[in-house]
Design a protein around this ligand. Structure first.
Ligand SMILES: *[C@@H]1O[C@H](CO)[C@@H](O)[C@H](O)[C@H]1NC(C)=O
Length: 289
């Protein structure tokens, strides 16, 4: 097609658009399109600034509807104790989040933001929420079904404040009680920790039969996306030093990786790895990430 014909075609399209007054068809906003096609379409439209913004998660303290709009921020979080007001009721949370969301939806592409919070033993930052025991206490029950029901109850309360994303569960296997955060671990025994990851279908809902693995899934408006944290090898750091170096062999490593397929997200950060078999580090980490 010659240049003049391309220009002509463009002109015709522009005119027909002006005549009908109809909004442009946006494939990425069409729920009937396959997910992959929608993502491809959206990525094609995004500027570098929009991509950088979408990859950024900021704290609610520094956020506003205007910041969301100006910087195309993809995600927000409440850090520990970061609340809209002291003793804020659920309604105050919902209003705050809706306000941020309005900023995101008013951008050129209208990509909604996702808000996440550390709902680690119930919706523990929220005044009046049901508080459940820390993981060390839940681990002592050895009861995956109970823990799953706690996940479902937590998801319900998190959604009631307008939040679709919980930074839970912590699947650290605390191998050294000198680690000051040992109480965040279900057990020093990885089989107990694995059994209690039953909290994940509690938070996210059960996967339907034949659901394609590795595709994100949240069952409905009373469920949240979960996040296995803090990082593979967390709880196994040398000397129990927080966020330090985990020394492990490749067998121990593979025990962790099975978990990664079932959560919506996995935190990638915070500590370093030393695999005892030289040469495994890069390969394993790349595979997991
Ligand atoms: C681990 O902790 C030691 C002692 O505090 C520190 O010197 C070192 O940099 C830490 N290593 C990592 C990878 O964080």
């Amino acid at each position: 097609m010659g240049f003049s014909r391309v220009v002509l075609l463009g002109l015709l399209l522009l005119l027909s658009y002006a005549w009908t007054g109809e909004a442009e068809y946006l494939k990425y906003k069409d729920p009937k399109q396959p997910l992959g096609a929608r993502i491809k379409d959206l990525m094609r439209r995004m500027t570098l600034a929009e991509k950088i913004g979408q990859m950024t998660q900021i704290e609610r303290k520094v956020a506003s509807a205007q910041v969301m709009k100006d910087y195309f921020i993809g995600s927000l979080l409440s850090g520990g104790g970061s609340v809209p007001a002291p003793q804020a009721p659920a309604e105050a949370w919902v209003n705050m989040i809706n306000d941020f969301q309005k900023g995101s939806l008013s951008t050129r592409l209208g990509i909604p933001m996702i808000y996440g919070i550390d709902a680690v033993h119930g919706h523990n930052n929220v005044y009046g929420a049901t508080i459940f025991p820390h993981n060390v206490g839940l681990g002592a029950t050895r009861d995956p079904n109970l823990v799953k029901r706690i996940g479902a109850a937590t998801a319900l309360e998190v959604r009631a404040t307008g939040i679709p994303y919980a930074f839970a569960p912590c699947i650290a296997v605390c191998r050294d009680p000198r680690w000051g955060r040992c109480y965040e671990s279900y057990s020093e025994d990885h089989t107990v920790v694995q059994a209690l990851t039953e909290i994940i279908p509690g938070l996210q809902g059960d996967l339907p039969k034949n659901y394609r693995k590795s595709v994100p899934y949240v069952a409905g408006k009373d469920k949240v996306a979960a996040c296995a944290k803090h990082f593979v090898g967390d709880g196994g750091t040398h000397g129990g030093i927080n966020e330090n170096n985990t020394i492990i062999n490749s067998r121990g490593y593979s025990a962790f990786t099975c978990l990664l397929t079932i959560t919506q997200s996995q935190r990638v950060s915070q500590l370093s790895w030393s695999l005892t078999r030289v040469g495994m580090g890069g390969k394993c980490t790349q595979t997991v990430i």
